[in-house]
Design a protein around this ligand. Structure first.
Ligand SMILES: *Cc1c(COP(=O)(O)O)cnc(C)c1O
Length: 384
């Protein structure tokens, strides 16, 4: 065997042994349903919180944009890929996030690995919540700045780290998820923004799971009164139902990002149909507050039925511990007709493998009740 294949096979065997091997499973989504291996399951493992990826008006906008502007952008935005729809998308983001300017990237992941190194470098300091998303950590690492992880959601720990380390660095960033992707809780943004002001640090919030769901759809920055967040980042791939990442910030910051963030400079612009879909989706988010409130209402209903703490977003975790336990629970729910994917390390810390339930506007209340009953009967009872 060639050394390359030998290397890959060895790694795979080790992952399989630790029950950490992951493979994409063919899944046909249709609204709240997911079809796998010929079976139709009610899915609680999709981030399309408002079911907008299937909305007729949004699909129509995408089709029309494909016909008018083509299937692809043809070049990066700084060359000829900046088609006319980008301006419309960025101005809608500004309006929704109440920011001066906005910049759209190819994906949320690309946004984070682009924005952070464009703003901080090797002399600087980044404080990152320990449960922040992988791409926030990737951006921090790529920047070359000193990285200090703070205890999850712990503003007092941030204060301690700032008091200890801030003076040694010209620039400091505090970076956190707004809604934590695997836990569903909110970052303490009011406290963090006060600390940022006191220590002259720049607060960066990744709101991938907040936009369209909390703060009347404006995101976590607006969830508990409006916090002062100068760097509001997020994705267009979750509640917006399309694809792409964004940063909302002041005009000078956005102008700098557009000329310095490498994934913006060196990667092709988004396909016009994707941008058109995001525009149509943001129009719905801005104009239908009742619909936008539904995923959180459903998540709260489930959390109540499970005797869990009140849900703060559309995400409710049920932590089971070892990967085996999470995989077995997922398989049990699949037999009951539910798709709830097990989340394992390295996506979550060791020993906290879990089921992650994601609720969408169109999950019928009756299905949520049936799910809660099944979890009680099949998983919690067999554990105790
Ligand atoms: C999904 C996610 C991203 C990545 O966004 P994509 O647009 O899917 O690349 C970034 N941050 C968080 C917190 C996420 O959950």
């Amino acid at each position: 065997m060639r050394s390359l294949d030998e290397f890959a096979s060895g790694k795979l065997a080790a992952l399989q042994g630790a029950r950490l091997l992951r493979t994409p499973v063919v899944t046909a989504r249709q609204g709240i349903y997911a079809e796998r291996g010929g079976r139709r399951l009610v899915s609680f493992s999709c981030n399309d919180y408002l079911n907008l990826s299937r909305h007729p008006a949004i699909i129509k906008a995408a089709v029309e944009a494909a016909e008018r502007y083509g299937a692809g952008a043809g070049a990066s935005r700084l060359v000829t890929g900046n088609h006319p729809l980008y301006d419309q998308l960025e101005s809608r983001l500004c309006r929704l996030k109440r920011s001066e300017a906005a910049c759209v990237f190819g994906a949320g992941y690309l946004a984070n690995v682009g924005i952070i190194p464009a703003l901080v470098g090797p002399d600087d300091l980044i404080l990152v919540d320990e449960l922040s998303h992988a791409c926030l950590n990737a951006g921090a690492k790529l920047s070359g700045a000193a990285v200090q992880r703070f205890r999850h959601g712990d503003a007092a720990h941030v204060e301690l780290l700032l008091a200890r380390h801030r003076a040694a660095h010209p620039r400091t960033m505090i970076a956190t998820d707004g809604v934590f992707s695997m836990d569903g809780d909110l970052a303490p943004l009011a406290e963090l923004s006060r600390l940022a002001a006191r220590f002259d640090a720049w607060l960066f919030v990744d709101d991938a799971h907040g936009l369209g769901v909390v703060g009347q759809g404006r995101g976590s920055t607006f969830a508990n009164g409006a916090a002062d967040v100068p760097l509001q980042m997020g994705t267009l791939s979750k509640a917006v139902g399309a694809y792409g990442g964004y940063l909302c910030a002041s005009q000078p910051v956005i102008d700098l990002i557009r000329t310095r963030a490498r994934p913006f400079i060196y990667s092709t612009g988004l396909p016009p149909p994707v941008v058109a879909a995001a525009i149509a989706a943001l129009d719905i988010i801005a104009s239908e507050p009742g619909y936008v409130a539904e995923p959180l209402r459903k998540a709260r209903m489930f959390a109540r039925a499970m005797n869990l703490p009140p849900a703060q977003s559309a995400i409710v975790p049920l932590i089971l511990g070892e990967s085996d336990a999470a995989l077995a629970a997922s398989a049990t729910l699949e037999r009951e007709g539910f798709l709830v994917v097990a989340i394992r390390p390295p996506t979550v810390p060791k020993g906290t493998a879990r089921l992650r339930f994601a609720f969408t506007a169109q999950h019928p209340d009756a299905e949520i009740e049936r799910l809660a009953t099944a979890v009680h009967r099949c998983i919690l009872r067999s554990q105790s």
